[in-house]
Write a protein that binds this ligand. Sequence first.
Ligand SMILES: Cc1ncc(COP(=O)(O)O)c(C=O)c1O
Length: 401
Amino acid sequence: MSATLLDTTAVRARFTALQRRLAFFDGPGGTQCPDEVIDAIAEYLRHDNANVGGPFPTSRRSSALVDLAHEKAGSFLGCSGDEVAFGQSMTSLNFLLTRALARELQAGDEVLVTKLDHDGNVAPWLALQEDLGIVVRRIDVHEDLSLDYDSLASQLNDRTRVVAFTVAANSVGTAPDVRRIVDLAHGAGALAWADAVHYGPHGPIDVAAWDVDVLLCSPYKFYGPHMGMAYGKQDLLASWRPYKVRPAANDPVGHRYELGTCQHELLAGFVAAVDYIDSIGWEPIVVTTDRFGSGDGRSGERVVRTGEFLRRSSAPRGRAGRGAESRPARGGGLRRGFLRFVEKWLLVPDKHVRWTLMAFAPALGILKSAEADAIYTSSPPVSAHVLGRLLKRLTGRPWTR
Ligand SMILES: Cc1ncc(COP(=O)(O)O)c(C=O)c1O
């Protein structure tokens, strides 16, 4: 079977940020922006900077940009652009949406979150537990870091209002079976509330096929600027009462959840980011990134995302994301035992130590082969410090944090 691979040389040429001798191990921190995204932001500010709703050309162009951004978001997510809200970040949008839903929740109502989730999809619910007396329960994971669907099913009951879950875990790369979670949630009359922030750059999102009720993601993780984006089913967004100022537009429904003036210049960058992905197509992105961190060196690619690396390094080969679950495979007991030992006894406060450990081998390879002068990673201080020193010793090159 022939698969289309990314032309990494041509793609790299579109990123000023990649014209340096650096290896970015910073997938969880976000992607770099291609120049067309940067140019779109600057062009908007140079030529079109205005607020919406005015009768003059720059304002009309700004209004058209907002509409276009919604349309692009709809095509990116697989929904109507009306069902999308832009905001400062996934986290801020999630607080906003959960607060809107909370107006209908009561003490004793239950929300399930998974142990794979980022705090952006957990903390808003914990805040409601504190404020309203709802009950937050946690769905367990198996030893191999795959989601425990029995734990999910056994905790569903007639008080469950929401199942909040991640489409891909930024910590360990597990990509649960979205449809299975959604079906279980809906079967119990609960909403399916998805966090696709980490998944965003790894494959196409299709909220209609997945049938999620709410989905959040962040364009800065898929080549766009720092901002957040949320999808909600039309009838839900219309039925909730968001916290907003009275004169702000109520329609289309997504606008109700965009507080104040949108970041127009970032919307221009977002549109360019979606165009960038469209210009390449998902297949080469998915096929090529599937080879990252596989350890076989066939792709010759030197940008390794740490969470992704962990998943790829231990998972059976195949596509992540939609449909069947992608997860770290069983086996590798010795390594798992070692990681557990290190986590438990040596680096207890550093819960992300796995990333760093799993990134160590490719980091060593890159630095030794002198293909990069430094590696940027958002790995947390303890492990990065220890392993960074070791790397420097072995290669004479720094692992820069
Ligand atoms: C899986 C996941 N969810 C949520 C977030 C929070 O996103 P934001 O920074 O847009 O608030 C992150 C950020 O790293 C993430 O990786």
